[in-house]
Structure formats: structure tokens, C-alpha cells
Design a protein around this ligand. Structure first.
Ligand SMILES: [Zn+2]
Length: 68
């Protein structure tokens, strides 16, 4: 539990579905210990924001980087 390959897959899945509680717990336990997966999450978050912006959905009120 908590392997980076599994965690990054869950982070990707989270963009398209709600994670189960145990999945969220696994991510929550792993991210504080792993800068690589935190960077991955930040990166895919930016990708999602970019794709939403390009799709014409105008609900993004600030285009700048957002600290989490
Ligand atoms: Zn990791």
C-alpha cells in the first residue's frame, strides 16, 4: 500500500471519478511523505485546469498558479 505507481494512478482516477474512502486514505497517507507524488498531483491539476479552459468552460476566475 502506498506505492508511487498506485498513488499516481489514483490521482489520475480522481480526476474522473470519486475515490473510495480507502483510496483517499492511501493517497492522504502517502502524499505527505513523497514529493514526487505531490509534484505529480500538482502537474495533473494544472493539466485539468488547462483542458477546462480550452474547452470553453468559463468558470476559472484566476488563470495564475494556485498554491494548494
Ligand atoms: Zn510517491
Amino acid at each position: 500500500m502506498g506505492k508511487c505507481k498506485d498513488i499516481t494512478r489514483l490521482l489520475s482516477d480522481a480526476l474522473e471519478r470519486n475515490l473510495e474512502l480507502r483510496e483517499r486514505l492511501a493517497v492522504g497517507a502517502h502524499l505527505p511523505t513523497c514529493s514526487g507524488c505531490r509534484n505529480f498531483r500538482r502537474h495533473i491539476g494544472l493539466l485539468r485546469a488547462a483542458s477546462r479552459a480550452m474547452s470553453g468552460i468559463d468558470d476559472v476566475d484566476d488563470a495564475g498558479p494556485r498554491e494548494q
